[in-house]
Design a protein around this ligand. Sequence first.
Ligand SMILES: [Zn+2]
Length: 72
Amino acid sequence: MKNLYCRLFSHDFIVKNEITQFVKEYKCLRCGMQLTTSDKGELIPLTERRKEINKVLKTLYNKRRKLKQKVY
Ligand SMILES: [Zn+2]
């Protein structure tokens, strides 16, 4: 079984995609399970819908960061 190790021990997550300072996408190196940070700061499964939300979030975040750089 592919993710037996993950079930016995724990997942081996790496940060796959940094959305904002607080929201990130994680992937388990062993079983490929993907997680992301929810609005409440909890780790939740990365669904297709979540991916879309994160994409928008990242665009907004980057825009805001650029605006800030212009102001200061
Ligand atoms: Zn895993």
